[in-house]
Design a protein around this ligand. Structure first.
Ligand code: HEC
Length: 255
């Protein structure tokens, strides 16, 4: 239902996507040596690190895929902010029992994933993740279905303050850091890794048919793993959606 509503908000997004890609041109594509985070020195830099640093520096501008306040403010009901999801992966694996929120470079394409359709080259998904922290104080428990608007975290696009690109599209981020699981409610605790998947030409060597996987620090400035990471490939290659599982598990992991 939510996915259908989000899909119906796709009209006009082409224009937004074009504007967004025009805006990306001004973002630096490399970190200079002096800007490399301290931890990065411990790992030998690989061929995909610069690509992943670029993703880490720009992904917030793409918007959370489910932020209706950003993408569909014209809905005939109150649009909802981007929300936390609970990964149902078992504890111990990459996403195990973490809370997460997704960003996509090509949001409309992400919602149009279908079985056996190849994803566009250039598509990039970033999965922010947090450790769950249960809320037990009854005074603090947010409503289960509709967001409490006073608790939404609103962040403006920094370019507005810099006086840069004119803001034609709504690039404010709206995030509701709570998730329910059964009758328990959790908030985003400590932020953990960013999980990234970006698609290059499928013929690119050392990729999973074009897919590059990456694990970055929460600030996006340290790459701890990159490329055809075996553990990621083992799981993501079971999806029928060209390696992606999609919003709200469009494709289930095959046994
Ligand atoms: C054991 C299975 C498994 C492993 C290992 C795994 N993933 Fe995932 N991944 C999933 C599932 C299932 C989802 C759907 C969301 C969820 O439940 O967490 C997902 C979602 C994602 C997404 C959001 C895009 C999508 O598929 O819809 C990204 C990005 C991602 N994973 C990156 C990674 C990276 C990078 C690694 C390796 C470090 C990795 N994953 C390892 C199962 C796995």
């Amino acid at each position: 239902m939510l996915a259908t509503m989000l899909r119906s908000s796709l009209a006009g997004l082409c224009l937004q996507a074009c504007l967004a890609s025009a805006a990306l041109a001004e973002i630096p594509t490399k970190l200079g040596d002096d800007q490399l985070p301290m931890g990065a020195a411990k790992r030998t830099p690989g061929p995909f690190d610069q690509l992943l640093f670029k993703v880490g520096s720009e992904y917030k501008r793409w918007g959370r895929v489910d932020d209706e306040m950003r993408w569909a403010p014209w809905l005939c009901r109150k649009p909802e902010p981007g929300k936390l999801n609970f990964s149902d992966r078992p504890a111990g694996d990459a996403h195990g029992q973490k809370l997460y929120s997704l960003f996509a470079r090509q949001r409309d394409e992400f919602f149009q994933l279908t079985k056996d359709k190849k994803v566009n080259v250039g598509q990039t998904i970033v999965k922010q993740s947090w450790l769950p922290e249960e809320i037990t104080d009854s005074q603090e428990i947010p409503p289960k279905f509709n967001a409490n608007f006073e608790k939404i975290i609103v962040s403006k696009d920094p370019r507005k303050q810099e006086g840069g690109i004119p803001q034609i599209v709504n690039e404010t981020d709206h995030f509701y850091p709570f998730a329910w699981k059964g009758d328990k409610v959790y908030k985003a605790g400590n932020q953990t890794d960013l999980f990234v998947m970006t698609k290059l030409d499928p013929k690119t060597p050392d990729t999973d048919e074009g897919w590059v996987y990456g694990v970055l620090s929460p600030d996006g400035k340290t790459v701890s793993a990159a490329g055809k990471i075996e553990s990621c490939v083992r799981c993501h290659s079971t999806s029928q959606g060209d390696r992606l599982f999609g919003y709200m598990h469009l494709f289930e992991k095959q046994p």
